[in-house]
Write a protein that binds this ligand. Structure first.
Ligand SMILES: Nc1ncnc2c1ncn2[C@@H]1O[C@H](COP(=O)(O)OP(=O)(O)O)[C@@H](O)[C@H]1O
Ligand SMILES: [Mg+2]
Ligand SMILES: [Zn+2]
Length: 511
């Protein structure tokens, strides 16, 4: 008898349905298995053991298994369950009438238990798109699959339960579908900008950064509050939309980072990889490619604390993704893309000892060493950072002050308003959402200057010795500052404020 079951393979962050055909013809007493991938071949051993240990008969007749499409890599072990159910159905131990309604997914252990797997969300989304009634998944993955509305998701713990289900046992209930309200998609509220005393200028810089989606570097001595400030950036970003949440969750799903209870990722990610991180762990890759930290930060924030400590190669591999907002991983036979649209926030000391330009303490490094330290991150990476922010420690008086501080909710309100202005501006271009993402052409179109603003920019370029590369950065930031006030034109005051954020471009900053 010929039976079909349906599984799924994930490629990048999208899934493809795989049809599994199992055929058993009577009479000939040997087994022939046609399986496309060595990993899938290994699953035959597990399936056999799981079936025997649960007192099902493994057919001793000619058994043929085909998987289509043939040209797609079917790595991994998630085909154990659909193959096992296919064999059981072809040998008349499982009823076939519901098999065409479900995608079946899961790895079997030898005793027949189901193990959780990666990439369930993209599979569930694909199942919905293709009109399947539902999914059979390992219990641990049920809440993640149930994110997708309109699918019946059955979380199962072992092979026997799945067999009983298809044989008509009606005691299994689909996983409750949670309802999502994106107005609740707030950031982690255990931290808030009101925790930060004083630092009004820095809070203002963060407001601008969050509004325009600009990358930021914080430069200042140890203890100035750089790490504290960076951690609070997500609290002033607009809440994620449902689409953003789904996209971010897909990446976390493929990386196997969704906890059993969590389901949808509703908070913007804040990823803070340690400076010992490898290239692959940061941007993604590996034999069976996996998304890296920059993709896990998609729609959120990537924080690189103590930037000069990172290996130079690590910083180099980030350049392309910073530009493209996605990362492409190429292998001999295929390439995969992972989204990587994140806000970069970096922090560093101004010099090895940390006290260069400090109001009270003395720097012991010597000018040569200061420059050498800065050169570690110079050039291409710095080129992609719009805002250079110098952080000086607050005074004791400010630290001990009892006054109420400007908090995240207030800042976020203004950020959201400025984002609305930008949404309107970029309505016709679905790839650009905020000012930081403007192409050179869009900069020419949307950042035209009146004579007065053009003049102060020119003076600043000359007087401060700003490089040509600073020019576009300043225009983008000035645009955002004008948007915060809902001004159509970039005025002198907007320009003047934007110019302050290029301290690292200043010729001789550290000499
Ligand atoms: N403006 C501030 N308001 C409140 N606490 C501060 C402020 N600046 C620094 N601190 C305190 O100092 C600690 C060290 O700051 P941190 O963010 O680690 O500094 P950095 O990263 O610049 O070395 C913080 O955890 C916080 O307790
Ligand atoms: Mg720090
Ligand atoms: Zn120093």
């Amino acid at each position: 008898m010929l039976v079909k079951t349906y599984g799924s393979a994930v490629f990048g962050i999208d899934a493809t349905t795989i049809t599994i055909e199992v055929n058993i013809s009577i009479g000939i007493n040997f087994i022939l298995v046609v399986l496309p991938d060595s990993a899938v071949k290994e699953s035959q051993q597990r399936i056999k053991a799981a079936m025997k240990n649960n007192n099902y008969k493994y057919p001793g007749k000619e058994l043929t298994i085909n998987m289509a499409p043939a040209d797609i890599r079917k790595e991994g072990s998630t085909f154990d369950l659909p193959i096992a159910i296919g064999i059981l159905a072809a040998s008349e131990q499982v009823l076939t009438d519901q098999l065409e309604d479900f995608l079946i997914l899961g790895e079997l252990s030898l005793d027949g238990n189901l193990k959780p797997m990666k990439g369930i969300l993209p599979i569930a989304l694909q199942a919905k798109k293709e009109g399947y009634k539902g999914l059979i998944v390992p219990l641990e993955n049920a809440s993640e699959a149930a994110i997708v509305q309109g699918l019946k998701v059955y979380g199962m713990s072992c092979l026997k339960e799945v067999v009983d289900f298809f044989n008509g046992d009606e005691s299994f209930l689909p996983t409750e579908v949670p309802s999502f309200d994106s107005s609740n998609f707030q950031a982690d509220n255990s931290v808030d900008f009101s925790d930060v005393k004083g630092q009004m200028a820095i809070k203002r810089a963060f407001e601008i950064a969050a509004s325009g989606g600009h990358n930021v570097i914080l430069i200042g001595p140890p203890g100035a509050g750089k790490s504290m400030l960076a951690k609070r950036l997500p609290t002033i970003l607009p809440p994620m939309t449902i689409d953003e949440a789904l996209e971010t969750t897909k990446i976390h799903s493929v990386a196997g980072k969704i906890s059993k209870e969590a389901g949808l990722v509703t908070q913007r990610p804040f990823r803070k990889p340690h400076h010992t991180i490898s290239d692959v762990a940061l941007v993604g890759g590996g034999g069976y490619p996996q998304p890296g930290e920059i993709s896990l930060a998609h729609n959120g924030v990537l924080f690189l604390d103590e930037l000069p400590e990172y290996k130079r190669t690590v910083l180099e591999v980030m350049r392309q993704p910073l530009e493209d907002r996605q990362v492409t991983i190429s292998r001999a036979k295929f390439t995969v893309d992972y989204p990587a649209g994140f806000m970069l926030i970096a922090a560093m000391n101004p010099c090895p000892c940390g006290y260069f330009n400090h109001p009270e303490k003395e720097c012991l490094c010597g000018p040569g060493n200061v420059q050498k330290y800065l050169n570690k991150i110079s050039g291409p990476l710095l080129d992609r950072i719009d805002l250079h922010v110098e952080v000086t420690p607050v005074s004791y008086d400010e630290l001990s002050s009892k006054e109420g501080e400007l908090g995240s909710a207030q800042i976020r309100e203004r950020v959201i308003a400025a984002r609305l202005v930008q949404e309107n501006r970029f309505k016709s271009d679905s790839t650009v959402h905020c000012n930081a993402q403007m192409s050179s052409q869009q900069i020419r179109e949307f950042c035209s200057l009146n004579d007065a603003s053009a003049e102060i920019l020119k003076v600043a370029m000359n007087k401060m010795g700003l490089s040509a590369r600073a020019y576009d950065r300043i225009l983008k930031v000035a645009r955002t500052i004008a948007d915060l006030e809902n001004f159509r034109d970039i005025e002198v005051k907007h320009m003047a404020e934007a110019i302050q954020f290029r301290s690292l471009d200043r010729e001789g900053w550290a000499s």
